[in-house]
Write a protein that binds this ligand. Sequence first.
Ligand SMILES: [Zn+2]
Length: 200
Amino acid sequence: MSIKILQKLEKDLQKFPGVGERLARKLAIYLVTREKEENLKLIEDLKDIENNIFYCLECGAIVETNTICSYCLDDNREKKVLVLQNIEDYLLLSENNIFNGYYHVLGGLISPLKGITPDKLSIEKLIERIGKKKINEVIFALPGTNDGFITMIYIKNLLKEKFNFLNFSKIAEGIPSGTMLSEISIQTIFNSLKNRENFE
Ligand SMILES: [Zn+2]
């Protein structure tokens, strides 16, 4: 006999990255059988996300109340911008405080195969910020994949046309794709940022 509420929950859970039918069932059973209080806490967390999480209008990072994050408001940071693929990478780097410049979250990578074109990413905003903040170096910390490479080349060429004083660099191996960034040690990321390569 199938239980409709459970089926609905499983369907919703399958929308999570990496969750297939079996894991969805396991998670659903776990949710159904654990302490009710834990689920009520989860409901509160989800409501909180909906009501109190915003994206910085400048860099695209997550912010809690303001519309612009504290990094973007700080004019004393180094005049460098670190270009990242997503919020996950941003959180890891910013939570560990290993960079003193500005961040910029693209919101994805250019991907001909997936039909992701440059206009779907936060590239116009990056151009605007480079001019406004008088940035002198653009550092790419993108995955070392085809899409990561295409994205770097596209953005670099576009920026070169507009700003002739900009330096470009990239972290040596790129951010490993398909690996949770948190699995890489912070020291590794710190080193690859410090020993970044010129990218002209
Ligand atoms: Zn910001």
